[in-house]
Design a protein around this ligand. Structure first.
Ligand SMILES: [Mn+2]
Length: 432
């Protein structure tokens, strides 16, 4: 299944061998940071010199000397015009849908599951793709835990390329797949109180949480990982009921009671917890701390945990405030915010856990630009990548992404017009 991708990975390795110095540019989210960590460790093990930088996207400038090799991770496939301008050898390790045509100034190797018979939206992430490249470079099979971080961070499925590399990781003893609840590790009360995925709406509602635990007959002071099988079942049932009442997407319920990945080689063994920590570091402009945890530098773990806690509390506060500002269109729900600290997480949580029946669009006006995050799910028949691209184009902006998670950058004066166009396009796709 990964044969075509491996063939492309071999070309990447050939190109790598011709260079003394590599500049890696990667995305600041968990998939990008873990993909960066995979390539960094693989190069470090070969004694290859490199520099690594985190970018919000290819709208940020990429600096280089023409002798350098540029590696773009978790970005590049969607920006043929930007890549065509780079006057250096380039390796793209990405899983976003390739658009347009890249006309490289020098040599280009494009490693992307979409170009190798896989659907990169859910069958292999950038970090999974980096894992494949790294394992052509050398024996880097122990880095599978980082590929799982990218897979979980990008909400991918355990099918296709993901299934293949995870199976390999289990066989090699680097990963354990357990049945269990997809919750963070720690005291039940604290875990549920601060839970963002799944969003349980207990933050600031201690009485409600106590009542919930009493009803489920679960001791809140116990550790999640130490609950008996029966307690785990009762907790699972109670949470599922709560999610259904809230209006959550059924897919999140399947994810929640699915399986648990134990990452034997990572500093944080609970895969969803590691992913969340890395995500928090990226979101709070501390990519290098998330990266340090990914490359297993214990000295940064405590700082990372602090960042993680702060991130969740800030986000839960934000969600509580923003809930009242959600508005309805014909076929979408949307929210327009000013100077909000985060756009994507708000859209993700609202669309997955509270308003799963329609596409959700969050706009954030900040620093003279309007940043848009749109979210949907498989039970809604809408392609948000197309909607974002078309609607953004109409107002002179730029948009794209994945079918169920997309975004755009537009002029703040065009927000109303943009929302109307998004609503119209969604209605059209829904056959309205
Ligand atoms: Mn990604």
């Amino acid at each position: 299944m990964l044969d075509m991708l491996k063939a492309e990975a071999r070309k990447a390795v050939k190109l790598l061998e011709r260079h003394e110095f590599v500049r890696i540019y990667t995305h600041y989210d968990p998939d990008g940071i873990s993909a960066g960590a995979i390539m960094a460790l693989a190069l470090l093990r070969l004694g290859k010199r490199f520099q690594l930088r985190f970018l919000r996207g290819l709208n940020d400038p990429v600096e280089y000397d023409s002798d350098d090799l540029i590696i773009l991770e978790d970005m590049g496939s969607g920006y043929p015009d930007v890549v065509s301008e780079i006057d250096a050898d380039v390796i793209i390790i990405d899983h976003h849908y390739p658009v347009g045509r890249i006309e490289p100034k020098k040599e280009l190797v494009h490693v992307n599951p979409h170009l190798a018979g896989l659907d990169g939206t859910f069958e292999l992430s950038a970090s999974g793709t980096a894992y494949v490249v790294a394992n052509v470079l050398g024996d880097n099979r122990d880095l599978i835990g980082l590929a799982i971080v990218g897979m979980l961070g990008d909400k991918q499925k355990l099918v296709g390329g993901n299934a293949e590399i995870v199976r390999e990781g289990v066989e090699n003893g680097y990963v354990e797949l357990k049945r269990g609840l997809n919750l963070h590790s720690g005291k039940v009360r604290e875990v549920l109180m601060l839970s963002v995925e799944p969003y349980l709406d207990f933050y600031g509602k201690e009485d409600e949480l106590d009542e919930f635990l009493a009803k489920a007959k679960v001791d809140g002071d116990k550790d999640v990982d130490e609950l008996s099988e029966e307690e785990t079942h009762r907790l699972a049932d109670a949470i599922v009921l709560k999610l259904m009442k809230q209006g959550a997407y059924v897919g999140v319920i399947e994810e929640f009671i699915g399986r648990k990945f134990v990452l034997k080689r990572e500093l944080v063994k609970n895969a969803v917890t590691l992913t969340d920590i890395v995500n928090a570091c990226g979101r709070l402009s501390a990519c290098s701390i998330g990266f340090a945890v990914c490359v297993r530098d214990e000295g940064y773990l405590e700082k990372a945990m602090e960042i993680w806690r702060k991130y969740r509390i800030d986000l839960l506060e934000e969600l509580r405030r923003r809930r009242e500002e959600v508005r309805e269109g014909e076929c979408i729900r949307f929210i327009v915010m000013e100077n909000a600290p985060a756009t994507g997480p708000v859209a993700t949580v609202f669309s997955r856990y509270l308003y799963a029946d329609r596409p959700f669009v969050a706009v954030n006006v900040k620093n003279g630009r309007a940043k848009v995050s749109a979210r949907s799910n498989d039970s809604i028949g809408v392609d948000l990548a197309e909607v974002m691209r078309k609607a953004a184009e109409k107002v002179g902006g730029r948009g794209g992404g994945h079918r169920v998670a997309a975004g755009a950058n537009i002029d703040p004066d065009k927000v109303d017009e943009f929302i109307r166009e998004v609503d119209r396009l969604c209605c059209m796709q829904l056959g309205g």
